[in-house]
Design a protein around this ligand. Structure first.
Ligand SMILES: Nc1ncnc2c1ncn2[C@@H]1O[C@H](COP(=O)(O)OP(=O)(O)OP(=O)(O)O)[C@@H](O)[C@H]1O
Ligand SMILES: [Mg+2]
Length: 482
């Protein structure tokens, strides 16, 4: 696979996993956790047994596909196959694929339970279970599913948990599912990787979109991901970006799987350079060439921040992450900085002149590239003719103008979001996207992790100063997940 040496998490976990121990593995985003469990998994399963021997659970469908791909690459020489099983895909096709006896299944919990209930998946042979993005999987929205799944697994099994973030209360929950787990945490001063430059800009809600457009004009990112808070936000943002001439598409949990697949494929190929996403794309996705991450809306918690910005700066590459924060959300930003132990650098809002300059620079680069390329001969006599009538500076200026994407002020429609504030009520089961559960509202802070000012909160005030009811807020902000 072209790897020259093991990353620290791989070096430390592979021997422990091979010995058969349960393990909690924590290391920063993009540092090779997939292979850290994938290599020993492939090593331990037998190609001769026609049984599922390992199950990896992931929070999203796209991640299930990606992890299965990586395991198939690792397992190739040993002829070990990993099958992804996830919602939104034809179940009869999955049943047929299951009959071919893959050794490893990579699944999202919902669809995995479907197969369990239909008895189309046999689990007696399972020796290893991995929870990738374990803290997310053991969070309120998923934990009941995980419990139900693990109950069906043989007692005698090895359980592995991996994530870049492992809040202590989640580790406590995890211990209930594990036997004397070893914790391997790659020590780092900060939760985020040092090769991601982190900036923030204070921008009133109404100006955020223009600022975003200017940033895109200045940076001209190869591939960028823009995170929005809600599905509606993502839809509106991608439509607005297209109106202003950017190649953007959105991804979130309300789109059908075919659409989600095609958007992600186009982004990976570079057909679109901007992916607008909810937190559904925050975890685990490894897309090479993502140079910029923009938090159009500040994330709800520091874990979300860590994972979102971790979509860039992977495998030692550099990246830039910019968070837009409204004046009322500054405390929330400070709280994120405190939890990640890393300060974001405050940057002034870019000016229109800087945006124009950025685009002009891009044009000059393109022009100079063309100057150095072949095939100009047939244009030269035309150029000479033009120069008889127009002076050279005017001619080049006209060409530059034509080639430059000048800032566009086409009006766009974005519904305002209420600000996120520190000290607000803790998220409940309901807010985590799985619908109301009995007593959810009362349980407030239970099962989550400590947050600055927790419990002192008031409901947020919407932009017109009206208080919003918690339930509607929770629904609108509810985590987007599979
Ligand atoms: N030993 C290695 N040498 C070089 N590159 C590696 C090595 N191991 C993994 N990689 C590459 O590093 C990239 C990131 O790996 P991976 O997706 O496993 O990170 P991760 O730690 O799981 O990140 P996240 O927390 O975001 O899920 C991948 O493209 C992977 O192929
Ligand atoms: Mg990962």
């Amino acid at each position: 696979m072209g790897f020259e040496e093991a990353t620290p998490i791989q070096e430390e976990t592979i021997p422990v996993v091979l010995q058969g121990q349960d393990l909690i593995g924590q290391a920063q985003t993009g540092t090779g956790k997939t292979a850290a469990f994938g290599i020993p998994l492939v090593e331990k399963v037998s190609g001769e047994k026609e049984q599922i021997q390992a199950v990896v659970l992931t929070p999203t469908r796209e991640l299930a596909v990606q992890v299965a791909e990586e395991l198939n690459k690792i397992g190739n020489v040993k002829r070990i196959t990993a099958l992804p099983i996830y919602g939104g895909q034809d179940i009869t096709r999955q049943i047929r694929a299951l009959k071919k006896h893959p050794q490893i299944i990579v699944a999202t919990p919902g669809r995995f339970m479907d197969h369990m209930n239909r008895r189309t998946i046999r689990l007696q042979g399972v020796e290893m279970v991995v929870l990738d993005e374990a803290d997310e999987m053991l969070n309120m929205g998923f934990v009941d599913d995980i419990k139900a799944i693990l109950k069906e697994m043989p007692e005698e099994r090895q359980t592995l948990l991996f994530s870049a973030t492992m809040p202590r209360p989640i580790q406590e929950i995890a211990r209930n599912f594990m036997k004397d787990p070893v914790t391997i945490s790659i020590k780092a001063k900060e939760l985020t990787v040092p090769n991601i430059v982190q900036h923030y800009m204070e921008v009133p809600e109404k100006q955020k979109f223009d600022v975003l457009c200017r940033l895109l004009d200045i940076h001209s990112p190869d591939l960028a991901i823009i995170f929005g808070r809600t599905k509606r936000r993502v839809d509106e943002l991608s439509e607005a970006l297209n109106k202003r001439g950017y190649g953007a598409e959105g991804i979130h949990g309300d789109l059908n799987q075919a659409k989600r697949d095609s958007v992600l494929r186009k982004f990976k190929e570079g057909t679109i350079e901007v992916l607008v996403a909810t937190d559904v794309a925050a975890r685990g996705l490894d897309i090479s060439g993502v140079t910029h991450v923009y938090n159009f809306d500040i994330p709800q918690d520091s874990e979300s921040y860590v994972h979102r910005i971790g979509r860039t700066g992977r495998a030692g590459k550099t990246g830039l992450a910019i968070t837009l924060v409204t004046p009322r959300e500054i405390d929330h930003l400070r709280y994120i900085e405190k939890t990640t132990n890393r300060k974001m650098e405050r940057r002034p809002v870019p000016t229109l002149a800087e945006a124009i300059e950025g685009q002009q620079r891009l044009t000059v680069e393109k022009l100079m590239e063309t100057v150095g390329s072949d095939g100009l001969t047939m244009y030269k006599s035309l150029a000479e003719q033009l120069l008889d009538d127009v002076d050279s500076v005017s001619l080049v200026a006209a060409a530059l103008k034509m080639l430059t994407k000048e800032p566009d002020t086409t009006p766009v429609r974005l519904t305002e979001e209420a600000p996120l504030r520190v000290g607000k009520k803790k998220f409940t089961d309901q807010s985590r996207g799985r619908g109301p559960r009995p007593g959810a509202a009362k349980r407030g802070g239970g099962g989550g992790f400590a947050r600055a000012g927790q419990g002192k909160g008031r409901p947020p005030v919407n932009p017109r100063g009206r208080r919003e009811r918690d339930t509607s807020r929770d629904r609108a902000w509810g985590r987007d997940r599979d």
